[in-house]
Design a protein around this ligand. Sequence first.
Ligand SMILES: Nc1ncnc2c1ncn2[C@@H]1O[C@H](COP(=O)(O)OP(=O)(O)OP(=O)(O)O)[C@@H](O)[C@H]1O
Ligand SMILES: [Mg+2]
Length: 778
Amino acid sequence: MSFPRCALLWARLPAGRQAGHRAAVCSAHRAHCGPPPAVLGRVPALAASSASGGSKAPNTSLFVPLTVKPQGPSADGDVGAELTRPLDKNEVKKILDKFYKRKEIQKLGADYGLDARLFHQAFISFRNYIMQSHSLDVDIHIVLNDICFSAAHVDDLFPFFLRHAKQIFPVLECKDDLRKISDLRLPPNWYSEARAIRRKIIFHSGPTNSGKTYHAIQKYLSAKSGVYCGPLKLLAHEIFEKSNAAGVPCDLVTGEERVTVEADGKQAAHVACTVEMCSVTTPYEVAVIDEIQMIRDPARGWAWTRALLGLCAEEIHLCGESAAIDLVTELMYTTGEEVEVRNYKRLTPISVLDHALESLDNLRPGDCVVCFSKNDIYSVSRQIEIRGLESAVIYGSLPPGTKLAQAKKFNDPSDPCKILVATDAIGMGLNLSIRRIIFYSLIKPSINEKGEKEIEPITTSQALQIAGRAGRFSSQYKEGEVTTMNREDLGLLKEILNRPVDPIRAAGLHPTAEQIEMFAYHLPDTTLSNLIDIFVDFSQVDGQYFVCNMDDFKFSAELIQHIPLSLRVRYVFCTAPINKKQPFVCSSLLQFARQYSRNEPLTFAWLRRYIKWPLQPPKNIKDLMDLEAVHDVLDLYLWLSYRFMDMFPDTSLVRDLQKELDGVIQDGVHNITKLIKISETRKLLHLESSLAGSQSRLSGTLKSQARRARGTKTAGSKAAEPLGASAGELSLASRLVQQGLLTPDMLKQLEKEWMTQQTEHGQERKGTRRKKKEHNSD
Ligand SMILES: Nc1ncnc2c1ncn2[C@@H]1O[C@H](COP(=O)(O)OP(=O)(O)OP(=O)(O)O)[C@@H](O)[C@H]1O
Ligand SMILES: [Mg+2]
């Protein structure tokens, strides 16, 4: 620590010279606190305004204190003690306690941004530092010594306390700079190329299946150059294929894939991309931004905002819900651009039925059962199979190839598969031949704008999107129907669908890597996740914008925090889209980052070993989920390979491997009901073995039930599976289930009966015991 001359001079003043004392405190204070301190007890105007910065008070719970280690023995000895005398630690403790309790000091702390929480934390750290240091800085030592001898006031510790507080909370020193960096007002000004041209904005508005995208794409295809920005890889693929099929050479750019179609590898004039990937510096004649209402998405909305404000195109075609018109018009007002709205009507009729499906027995060809959980998907497809029907299955975590293969199977009129079981992954994108949408449930877990998990009925917008998949103009069904599985849900569905969609009020924003880098420059010892929190808290946005939820980014940042990486690289790793519910994907991010930090390129050979290639076809649902996770890991590799080509060099080999894996998964999903059956049996086996210890009589019941069912003695144990020591008898139940003689429902029923029997027996036994007791006591 520095040794301010003023402090030493002041310390050398003879005790009791009160007039000199105040002047010295002021100069010491100036040296340590920065802004003029004014006289203790008065609010220093300048300090107060600089602390608040004229904005809302920061959320100080985000300020994580840095550790300041107590000083060990110094080679120069204890200079403070030599100049004065060694400190009596008991006295010092009393002084510090008094200092902490002083209202004036607390007030002064608040003027420098130390609210009660920070003041307390800073004090604890300051006290530990003083009490545990072997030798203190000379300036503190002298002041403490003077206070001990009443030659100084306890308040004179404040400059040293504040110096310490700024050390542990460096944010206190640079709040104004941080506010400037995180000022997200006026986002249109971030895109100078777009602001240099006057763009024509056309909003294609209308319900689902009204031809919005179709009309925008017609413009795109007829232009000399164009960019299509879609919400999903599958949609980008669809436009890429349509465009090339129409003789308009078109490239494909998604986070994990780049395809150039020109023979010499030159970029084509048209490109279809996922919205996050669009270039805001390349000039185009026509740009299409699909599903513009996604601008309100709590996590991804920033990508639509960026495309809308930043694309350099003469014409920008927006496709989406009318709920976005007002916001888009307002945003374009700030850029000085007008919006032309074109309204469309649904191309085919759609009706909400007056009756629910009630039972899967009532399924018809062209039906799509929409579930919001994988478990429901499994259970519904299994029940469909039990009814002798075939179903296709589509859910979010399936690889794109598998989704397309399942869609193709369902769409193919000559394929026996006529029922689709899907999550809302079909809500945007795939063109499916659906006649009737059946909502299996209306409850979907979601993340709200504050990043909190909510289990609520789906929104009107979601319900409309999903329902809108029925009776597509291009499909064989020219009329769509919508209903629910359960009668009780039908009223709610109707209510949801009839609610007006709230106009969208704000567009998402996202800090840039540069902004975070500048934050890190000011707060070098702060973790990236904490930097993000502080950034979001400090950021200022105009009313038409909001800062997107960055939970996934923070999750990755925390995961790889301990790995030494430059901030830029760390930032890129954290923007890689990963499914944080997949442990293998998360540990792969960590592993990739670790290899990167060791400067060891992640080669194809290494990756094959890492994922244990070749992988076996899935034998049950768990295997299938594991393969899906491996597919995601390959996606992660590919995503990183476009950002760090030298460290992830084997893009095309990995892509081929991924295609192969997609094939294995496709086969697995093709046989999904078999996998579900095996998994169910396993679950039952597990259930049985856990019941084995406490309910050994169950097996006896099963045995007799089974004997009764078959009229034979099949309870031999030759074919029994090894289920553990106590499960010998129970293996019968397993075999009965496996042989299909006992259905899971029958087993559950038996279990219930057994439990009832147990309870009744128990009550009987209790009753008998009571009677015996009563008898004995008589
Ligand atoms: N005028 C048209 N001629 C031929 N096909 C059309 C026409 N309009 C729409 N289609 C076809 O109808 C289907 C639905 O159209 P489109 O995808 O443009 O609807 P949308 O309004 O964008 O729906 P969503 O809101 O679900 O995205 C597509 O397969 C599209 O190719
Ligand atoms: Mg569309």
